[in-house]
Design a protein around this ligand. Sequence first.
Ligand SMILES: N[C@@H](CCC(=O)N[C@@H](CS)C(=O)NCC(=O)O)C(=O)O
Length: 224
Amino acid sequence: MTELILGNMNYSSWSIRAALVARASGLEIKETVVPLGFDETRATLIERTGFHTVPVLMHDNLIIRDSLAITEWIAERAERGRVWPEEAAKRALARSVVAEMHSGFMAIRSKMGVDIRSRKPLPEVEGALKSELDRVLTLWRTCRTQFAGDGPYLFGAWSAADAFYAPVVTRFRTYGYALDGIEADYADAVWESDLIRQLRDQAEAEPWEIELGDLGPVRAWLRE
Ligand SMILES: N[C@@H](CCC(=O)N[C@@H](CS)C(=O)NCC(=O)O)C(=O)O
């Protein structure tokens, strides 16, 4: 059996990415969601997986940690084209934009924490936050211009690149960051996709609340 251990779908950006890749893969992967920010969750994760972060993929005796490693494990087993684009040049570009997300965008992460079901004031868009937001939009515009004829997502058909940028799409809704043109069309396509509708429903239904600080959860509690 393959099991994917995930944090809250409302808050955990790396869990969301792994879950979206797993769901698009067509593989049979059991999902277990654990509520972040609680001491018991941390203890259980350490006991089961050896560390306290999510996502984690468990397969037989393998424990695979980190959204990108999990993405590659799934891609190796899924039908071609389900995770990465089939065409080699597109696949290289998709890996490039995913790597850029995975290793960067620290200001977006710390100042615009994921909280899909909430609406919050937009932080001051200046300095590092402004340059990262501009970079995301440039990247989306470049991909969408190049692959406009192939479908509505970054590389035409849905790929891991869309899974990795989906938490940015939801952040733009949460913080009311206005878009227009080709970037707005892309964000709308992701927001209205079946995968993100399912995620939004799941986020809405979760019973846990988290107060987010710049470095992650500050406090967690069960909703009344
Ligand atoms: N680089 C890791 C990041 C994993 C990560 O930081 N996960 C956060 C949730 S989004 C977490 O587990 N936080 C709980 C903790 O650190 O105890 C990945 O890509 O999976």
